[in-house]
Every structure is written in C-alpha cells, then in structure tokens.
Ligand binder design. Structure first.
Ligand code: IDC
Length: 457
C-alpha cells in the first residue's frame, strides 16, 4: 500500500549558478524526484528516491531534502553518499551515477527511523535548484495490507447493516472531530496520520456546526474545509462522514435551505469518491419525528441527484436518541420510516447519562432499522464529567456484537473530558505518544486500534 509521492519539478533557471561553476560542471536546470516509501514498520521505514535530470547534462550532483518531523533520522542509504545535518538530508552521486544526461535518472534509497509520524520529505533540491511541486497525500501502510476504504470500497446498506463491496456486513469504528470552527488546528497531516496509522481508525466524522459561528457565517469557507478533510481522510484510506451539525435550534427545517445548498455542493464534488457518507442532521431536538422526516424527504433527493450511491444517515428525535430522550421509542421510526433506500438512522449516547433503557432500545431497534452511532461520549451528555468506563464498555461491546458503526466525540484537545487529547496537544506535533491522551482517548484508542478483520469475499 505504498503511494508515489511525485514531486514534479518545473525548476527555475539558475543563470547565476551556471555562471559561477562553468558550463560542464554541476548545474542543473530542472529536476524531478519520485519519493516512494517501499515499506514501513514500527519506528522505521525504507524509501526509494528516483532523481531525474530535466536540465543540461551534469557530471556530479547533490540531492537535498528536509525531513519535516524532528524524530525522522537517516539510518543508512545506498547508491549515493548519504548524510544528515539537522533536518536536512543530503545524497551525493557516486562513481556510477554522478553523470546524468538530460532525461537520465539515478535510483537511490535510504533506510530511516522516526519517533512520532513519518511525513514525506519536502524541499527537494538538486545542486541547489528547487525541485518544486506538491506532495500528494501519503497512505500509511496498514499491517496486513489494505486500508478500510481499499478493502471495503463503496459501502451500502443491506438489510439492517452497512455492507462492503463484497456485500458483507461491516462495522466502521472511528472518531469525530470537534466543531471544526473551533478546533481546526487539530486536523492536519500529523494528527490524521496518527488517526489512520496508530489508532487504525476506519472513519473520520467531520462535525461542521451550522450555527455557533459555523457554516452559516461562511458557507464557502466551511464547504471547502469539509472537502479538504474528505480528501485527507481519503488519502489515508479512511471513510469520511460529513456531519451537518445542527444542534440549536433543534428543528432541522430551520436550516433546510442551507442544507440543500451545502449537500448539493459537497455531493457533486465528492460523487466519485468511495469514502463519503452523509449525515444530514446531527441532533434534532424539540421537534417531532414527522418534522424530521419532512426535512429528510427534501434533503435526501438533493444528495441522490448528485451522488446516487452514497449512504445517507438521518438524525432521530430527542438528540438522535430514536426518541427515547423525549419519552418516545424507536417504534415511531419503525412505523414510519423515511421513504428512501440506502439510508441509516443515527443513534447517539453519552455513556454516563444514557444506560440500560437506551441500550435496550438499541437492541430492539437493531433488528429492524439500520443504525449508525455517529456520535457518542464516554462521559455525560454535557461532554464533561467523569468517564463512565463500565457503561462505555457495555455500550461498545453491544455495538461490536450488533456490528453497529460508531464515531467518538471528540478527536480534539478541548478542555473537557470527552476530548481524546489533553489541552494544548493540537499546538504541538505529537499526536502519537500515550502522554498526550486523556483517559477517554486512551480507552478509545485501545478499542479502535484492534483488528477489523473486514470480510474480503
Ligand atoms: C458540545 C461540545 C462543547 C460545546 C457544546 C455546544 O462538547 O464543547 O460547547 O457542544 O456546542 C451533543 C452534540 C455536541 C455536544 C456534545 C456534548 O452533538 O455538539 O458538544 N453532545 O455536549 N449531543 C449530546 C452531547
């Protein structure tokens, strides 16, 4: 599961340098570097580097690049003289490859070590000339081969389950962002590498609040941020659950026009992707199931028109409690389901607040309705208070047994006990060590990182 990191260069001219070194010396006027991680293991990796000379013929060369993470170290290399100084790694051509005609290439390679994450190198230069370009997303190799998305492909609803491309039921386990209007800094290459690689998360839920300084304040900006997080999840083989995070007011119809605009845009833009699931209303509250259904009846066709095969998840009454928090039950949904195919219903719980009667409702509903726990906390419904380990364990055991997917609130460093990271974590670059995790984060990482064993036939 390696991915080419193609650094396509359109190198600048180096008239000054050419003048200094003379016409047949080491000047290059163009370069292309293909950097490929050929294998990676705990704390180490091996990479191949193909250097193509796109400029004048050269009779000697030095390749340099920067290792973005302080813990990345060169261990050894081949086909060049290798060295490292600070974050800069250098490779000098040797007898058999130091002469490169225009268009000729040298293949070199290295073994490295890392402590935190292993991001792709940047700032490649050949004889001081920048090999500019962009680095495509890295796809961390998953032990056993394959990522959640590469194994399962486009998912769909089959009976009461979520099924993969082999039409077999699967459970997706992952994390929810906090409000991206507040915790934007927590979602970057390093944190998502950690989520995919260390947590082995199947899923990133992207919580885009509509109110509270969210989408309504900058529709274009939030739409674009959601799309970029979809791409970052995709590059790491994770599903992306696009959460239209309505909360206050609780009637989703208040945001109907915004929902239509938003979903028309993200569904068109992401239609060809296999990793996108749409969640159309986070937590309807103070509103009837009939009103929620009315909203779903209008938003789902907008999504289907642009992205016909994607799974859509519908929030339920009473803060997505299937009505239980309003004194109702799942029967109102069973008796009056949304008139659409390939949809699931959201159920949310906070383990310290919602216990046996909620678990009983999920157990009953699970044989009748496709359910997805798109949000839950290990703590109280405020997002704070003590973690309830016993209730959380009872819940996750139940969801595992029923193969119901889930996303935990939150993959963030918010100052509240539901957050997985300690406050301040997102100001740094370490998302991997155990020291940055809260009690809730530790429990969730342990649960989520166990093997998925997705069926492949
Ligand atoms: C909470 C956040 C908190 C924020 C509050 C209001 O944890 O930092 O101040 O929202 O926006 C939900 C909601 C989710 C809540 C969470 C915890 O979907 O937005 O987040 N919760 O209260 N439903 C039940 C609990």
């Amino acid at each position: 599961m390696k991915r080419f990191l193609a650094l396509l260069a359109t190198c600048a001219t180096i008239l000054g340098l050419t003048a200094l070194v003379g016409p047949q010396a080491v000047a290059a006027t163009g370069c292309k570097v293909d950097y490929t991680v050929t294998s990676q293991w705990q704390g180490g990796f091996q990479a191949g580097v193909k250097i193509t000379n796109l400029g004048e013929p050269i009779s000697g060369w030095t390749l340099k690049f920067a290792m973005p993470d302080a813990g990345q170290k060169l261990v050894q290399g081949w086909n060049a003289g290798w060295s490292q100084s600070g974050s800069t790694v250098s490779a000098v051509g040797v007898d058999w490859n130091r002469t490169l005609a225009t268009g000729a290439a040298a293949d070199v390679g290295l073994v490295g070590s890392f402590t935190g994450t292993n991001p792709a190198p940047t700032a490649f230069t050949l004889n001081g000339v920048a090999c500019t370009g962009s680095v495509d997303g890295t796809q961390p190799p998953t032990p056993g081969g394959g990522t959640p998305v590469s194994i399962n492909g486009q998912v769909h609803v089959c009976g009461v389950n979520l099924c993969n491309q082999y039409n077999r039921p699967i459970q997706l386990r992952g994390m929810s962002t906090h409000g991206i209007q507040w915790f934007n800094a927590c979602y970057n290459a390093a944190s998502l590498d950690a989520l995919a690689k260390d947590w082995k998360s199947d899923l990133l839920r992207i919580a885009m609040y509509v109110q509270e300084d969210g989408y309504e304040t900058d529709p274009a900006g939030f739409t674009s941020r959601v799309n970029s997080l979809v791409d970052m999840a995709e590059a790491r083989g994770m599903y992306a659950l696009i959460d239209f995070h309505t909360l206050t007011p609780g009637d989703p119809n208040y945001n109907l026009a915004r929902a239509k605009t938003f979903f028309a845009s993200v569904a068109a833009r992401n239609a060809d992707k296999k990793n996108v699931i749409y969640e159309i209303a986070n937590e309807p509250n103070g509103v009837s199931w009939a009103a929620i259904k009315n909203y779903a009846d209008q938003v789902i066709p907008v999504i289907r028109a642009a992205d016909p095969d994607a799974v859509v998840i519908v929030g339920t009454r009473g803060w997505s409690s299937l009505g239980v928090s309003d004194g109702s039950s799942e029967s109102e949904v069973v008796n009056s389901p949304v008139n659409a195919t390939n949809i699931m219903y959201a159920f949310h719980f906070y383990a310290a607040s919602h216990k046996d009667n909620y678990r009983a409702a999920v157990s009953r509903a699970a044989s009748k309705l496709p359910l997805f726990v798109t949000e839950f906390g290990t703590v109280s419904a405020t997002g704070g208070g003590a973690m309830d380990r016993a209730s959380t364990t009872a819940w996750l055991d139940l969801l595992d047994q029923l193969k119901i997917g889930y996303a935990n609130w939150t993959y963030s460093d918010a100052s509240e006990s539901s957050a997985a990271f300690k406050p301040g974590t997102c100001s740094g670059s370490d998302y991997s060590s155990s020291g940055v995790l809260t009690e809730s984060g530790t429990l969730l990482k342990n649960r989520i990182s166990t093997a998925d064993n997705f069926p492949t036939s």
